[in-house]
Design a protein around this ligand. Structure first.
Ligand code: SF4
Length: 127
């Protein structure tokens, strides 16, 4: 129904969800947020095929995929730990307490979005 309205009325939606399998079907562009900060943004197909930020990779890994071949060839990357409180966030990358790639730099400075492919941006020091 949403896609029908979009076609017929030339609408633009801002769709906020945790259901990443639905996002893939309805969104032209996707932004991934963590603790109120955008950590990755890009054309949906590019972002799903080449996720860059460790949080995006963890989120996509948690989406159930009914394809035995895909499951055999892709290693799951489950998110570890708890989401920290957004009150008085620590300096540095907000994801660093849960990130398997975190370095000393991540704990000192907050990464900013930078373009890693045409139209595809990610905020991470270790891409
Ligand atoms: S900046 Fe560091 S802690 Fe943050 S996502 Fe990238 S590697 Fe992980």
């Amino acid at each position: 129904m949403l896609m029908k309205f979009q076609r017929e009325m030339n609408l633009t939606y801002l769709f906020i969800t945790h259901d990443l399998s639905m996002v893939r079907h309805i969104a032209d562009h996707t932004a991934v947020m963590y603790l109120g900060t955008m950590v990755e943004y890009g054309p949906t197909a590019e972002l799903y095929d080449h996720p860059a930020h460790p949080y995006t990779i963890g989120l996509l890994s948690a989406v159930p995929i009914a394809d035995p071949e895909y499951c055999r060839t892709h290693q799951p990357s489950h998110l570890q730990g708890e989401v920290p409180s957004p009150i008085n966030p620590k300096p540095g990358c907000r994801f660093c307490d849960r990130c398997p790639r975190a370095t000393a730099q991540c704990r000192k400075e907050r990464p900013v979005l930078r373009e890693i492919a045409p139209g595809h941006l990610a905020a991470c020091y270790n891409l």
